[in-house]
Design a protein around this ligand. Structure first.
Ligand code: NAP
Ligand code: MG
Length: 402
C-alpha cells in the first residue's frame, strides 16, 4: 500500500519522560509505516527548553499559528525538585500555559468511550466535553484579611482621575475580603472558541454561570455569549442542527447528571477546574482523556490530558516493564491528523485517523489493554499488555482494517 501524503506540515511538539518514549513508539509503529509524515519538529523536552531558555516553546506556538494544527506530547512543568533533577537555569513556566497565552485559546477535554470501561454515571452514553475559561476570576484574585471593624470598598479610578465606589461591607469585626476581575476580550475569545468548536464537532453547547446572584459579573459572561451567538453563530448553528443552551450553574449540574452526554459544557474558570476533574474521574480513567486547545481564530493544538507518567518512566529507566496506556496520546495524533486532512482536503488522512481510533477501541474491546484499564474493566479475563505490546496489538488490529 502506498503511503498517505501530507500537503502541509503538522507542528510536532515532543515532550518528556514516559510519554516521550510512547511518542516515538507511536510514530514508529502506528504512523510512519502508513503515512509520509510531514511535521515541523519542536523538542519541548525539558532539557531542550532549558538549553533554549524556553524559546522553543514560544517558537512552537508561533509555528502553530502559522500552520493551524499542532500535536503535543505531555511535558514537565518544573518545580523545585525538577530544578535539581535537570539542573535548570530557571524554573521555566508550564509550556501549556505559555502556548495557551500565545494562542489565546480554550482547552476542551473529552473522554474516549469504550465498551468495558463504564462510566460511574449509568446514563452517560456519549462523551461530555468540558471547556474551561482559562483567564481570571479567583485565579487572578486579590485578597485581604480584615483585622477588625471598618469599611471595605471597591474603588475604580479612571485615567482622568474620576472615581466610582461600591461598598463591599461595613465590618464590625474580623473577616476576609476578595477582589476578582475578568476582561471582556478574554470572555469574547472564550465564547468564540466554544461556538467554533461546537460547530466543528457538531455538538450542542451548554453554558452556565450564577447570573441570578452575580448580576453584573456573571451576567456579563451570559450577555457576551448571547450577543456573539445572536450576531455570528445563530444561523450557522441552525444549519448544523445544533443548539446553544444557557442555564444556571446549579441547574446545569443537575441536568448533566441526568443526561446521556454528547455535548460541550462551557465553564467559567473555577467551575471548569472542579467539573473537569469530576467528569473525567466519573468516566473512568485519566489515561482515556483527550484535550485540544482551540483559538478563537480556529487554530488547534491536540494532546493527552494526562501528564508525563513519571512513576512509570523511572521504572522504565531501571529496565523494568511498564504498562502505560498510550490511547490518549494516539488520539492526540489522530485528532491533529484528521484536522490537517480537513484543512488540506486530503480525505485519505482523515480516513486513516478514523481507522486508527477504531483500531484502539477495538483492541481494548477485544480484551487487550494496559494495566490501568484492566483494573477497572467490566470485561472478563482481560489480557494485560506492556506499553510496547499494546501498541503492537493496535497495529495488528489496524492492519486488518486497512
Ligand atoms: P500524570 O503523569 O498524569 O500521572 C499520574 C498517575 O496517573 C500516574 O502515576 C499513573 O498512575 C496514572 N496515569 C496517568 N496517565 C497514565 C497513562 N497514560 N497510563 C497509565 N497510567 C497513567 O501526573 P503526575 O505524575 O502528577 O505528573 C507527572 C508530570 O507531568 C509532572 O512533571 C507534571 O508537571 C506533568 N504534567 C504535564 C501535563 C501536560 O503536559 N499536559 C499535564 C499534567 C501533568 P499509577 O502510577 O498509579 O500507575
Ligand atoms: Mg484542578
Amino acid at each position: 500500500m502506498a503511503k498517505i501524503m501530507m500537503k502541509t506540515p503538522l507542528v510536532e511538539m515532543d515532550g518528556d519522560e514516559m510519554t516521550r518514549i510512547l511518542w516515538q513508539m507511536i510514530k514508529d509503529e502506528l504512523l510512519t509505516p502508513f503515512i509520509e509524515l510531514n511535521t515541523e519538529y519542536y523538542d519541548l523536552g525539558l532539557e531542550h527548553r532549558n538549553e533554549t531558555n524556553d524559546q522553543v516553546t514560544a517558537d512552537s506556538a508561533e509555528a502553530t499559528k502559522k500552520y493551524g494544527v499542532a500535536v503535543k506530547c505531555a511535558t514537565i512543568t518544573p518545580n523545585a525538585a525538577r530544578m535539581t533533577e535537570y539542573n535548570l537555569k530557571e524554573m521555566w513556566k508550564s509550556p501549556n500555559g505559555t502556548i495557551r497565552a500565545i494562542l489565546d485559546g480554550t482547552v476542551f477535554r473529552a473522554p474516549i468511550i469504550v465498551k468495558g470501561i463504564e462510566p460511574c454515571v449509568r446514563n452517560w452514553k456519549k462523551p461530555i466535553t468540558i471547556a474551561r475559561h482559562a483567564y481570571g476570576d479567583v485565579y487572578k484574585n486579590c485578597e485581604m484579611k480584615i483585622p477588625g471593624a471598618g469599611k471595605v470598598e471597591l474603588v475604580y479610578t479612571a485615567e482622568d482621575g474620576s472615581q466610582q465606589r461600591e461598598l463591599i461591607h461595613n465590618f464590625t469585626g474580623v473577616g476576609v475580603v476578595q477582589g476578582q476581575h475578568n476582561i471582556e476580550a478574554s470572555i469574547e475569545s472564550f465564547a468564540k472558541s466554544c461556538f467554533n468548536y461546537a460547530l466543528d464537532t457538531k455538538q450542542d453547547l451548554w453554558f452556565a454561570t450564577k447570573d441570578t446572584i452575580s448580576k453584573k459579573y456573571d451576567h456579563t459572561f451570559k450577555d457576551i455569549f448571547q450577543e456573539i451567538f445572536d450576531k455570528e453563530y445563530k444561523t450557522k448553528f441552525e444549519e448544523a442542527g445544533i443548539t446553544y443552551f444557557y442555564t444556571l450553574i446549579d441547574d446545569a449540574v443537575a441536568r448533566v447528571m441526568k443526561s446521556e452526554g454528547g455535548f460541550i459544557w462551557a465553564c467559567k474558570n473555577y467551575d471548569g477546574d472542579v467539573m473537569s476533574d469530576m467528569v473525567s474521574s466519573a468516566f473512568g480513567s485519566l489515561a482515556m482523556m483527550t484535550s485540544v486547545l482551540v483559538s478563537p481564530q480556529g487554530v488547534y493544538e491536540y494532546e493527552a490530558a494526562h501528564g508525563t507518567v513519571q512513576r512509570h518512566y523511572y521504572k522504565h529507566l531501571q529496565g523494568e516493564e511498564t504498562s502505560t496506556n498510550s490511547v490518549a496520546t494516539i488520539f492526540a495524533w489522530t485528532g491533529a491528523l484528521r484536522k490537517r486532512g480537513e484543512l488540506d482536503q486530503t480525505p485519505e488522512l482523515c480516513n486513516f485517523a478514523d481507522k486508527l481510533e477504531e483500531a484502539c477501541i477495538k483492541t481494548i474491546e477485544d480484551g487487550k489493554m494496559t494495566k490501568d484499564l484492566a483494573l477497572i474493566t467490566t470485561l472478563e479475563n482481560p489480557t494485560v499488555l506492556n506499553s510496547h505490546d499494546f501498541i503492537l496489538a493496535i497495529r495488528e488490529t489496524l492492519e486488518k482494517m486497512l
